[in-house]
Write a protein that binds this ligand. Structure first.
Ligand code: 13P
Length: 252
């Protein structure tokens, strides 16, 4: 059975000290709650990862980077390689977030390199896709997301593809308070699963965890997560408060 995953993406928020406190609070709540069926991931800034890994129980909480370099190593000032991320104790890496595509010019070509390096270093990519509002308004979201996947992770071997998770995050729902409707989210995730089935076979599609992200909170998570193709969430704002995040983790 495919995994249910609730992953927080802290983005560029919290100091190391605040992040450690938040991680500890999440750990404590998860330990008390019966959330064994959910893989919990905290996507922290690079600077926090080592401290957060030390502060949490690895059997309850996984830690993710929010990015990694497109090169293995060398003269790339300011970059953090996949090997470096792995050496912190992080297990996952968020790749292809729309904010990175939009503000930092991440193309499919760059993302292919990042995904390959993440996998080569034993990190689990949480690979993001999703359309802007203008594309949704033109009802071209399916073709857009299909291209995003075809240009990147659909080029992987079936063995490598089977190691990653996907997060569909419509840009118009990120940080806006406007969640995709349950029907819109389910429809897109079922569509993505169908594309995976066409490309890699039904068994692989059934095993791939596909998450929804975009203004997901403890209130709307139960309905979203009740859908057959929604395997969890990638959570921004609501992952910055331990109680709110727990409300999403226990929404199943
Ligand atoms: P919000 O939950 O704040 O809308 O952010 C979603 C997101 O971008 C997670 O990666």
């Amino acid at each position: 059975m495919r995994k249910k995953i609730v992953a927080g993406n802290w983005k560029c928020n919290t100091t190391v000290q605040e992040g450690v406190e938040l991680a500890k609070a999440v750990n404590e709540l998860v330990a008390k709650a019966d959330a064994k069926n959910v893989v919990v991931v905290l996507g922290t800034p690079f600077t926090h990862i080592t401290s957060v890994v030390s502060a949490v129980d690895a059997s309850l909480i996984n830690v993710a980077a929010q990015n990694c370099a497109a090169e293995a190593k060398g003269a790339f000032t300011g970059e953090v390689s996949a090997a470096m991320v792995k050496s912190t104790g992080a297990t996952h890496v968020i790749l292809g977030h729309s904010e990175r595509r939009e503000y930092y010019g991440e193309t499919s070509e760059i993302l292919n390199k990042k995904v390959a390096l993440a996998l080569a270093n034993g990190l689990t990519p949480i690979y993001c896709c999703g359309e802007a509002l203008s594309i949704r308004e033109a009802n071209e979201q399916n073709a857009y997301v299909k291209t995003q996947l075809e240009e990147t992770i659909f080029n992987l071997s079936v063995e490598d593809f089977s190691k990653l998770s996907i997060a569909y995050e419509p840009i118009w729902a990120i940080g806006t308070g406007v969640t995709a409707s349950t029907a819109q989210a389910q429809e897109m995730l079922a569509y993505i699963r169908g594309l995976i089935a066409d490309k890699f076979g039904k068994a692989v599609a059934e095993e791939t965890s596909i998450l929804y992200g975009g203004s997901c909170n403890a209130k709307n998570a139960p309905e979203l997560f009740s859908q057959p193709d929604i395997d969890g969430g990638l959570i921004g704002g609501a992952s910055l408060k331990a109680e709110d995040f727990l409300g999403i983790i226990t929404a199943y």
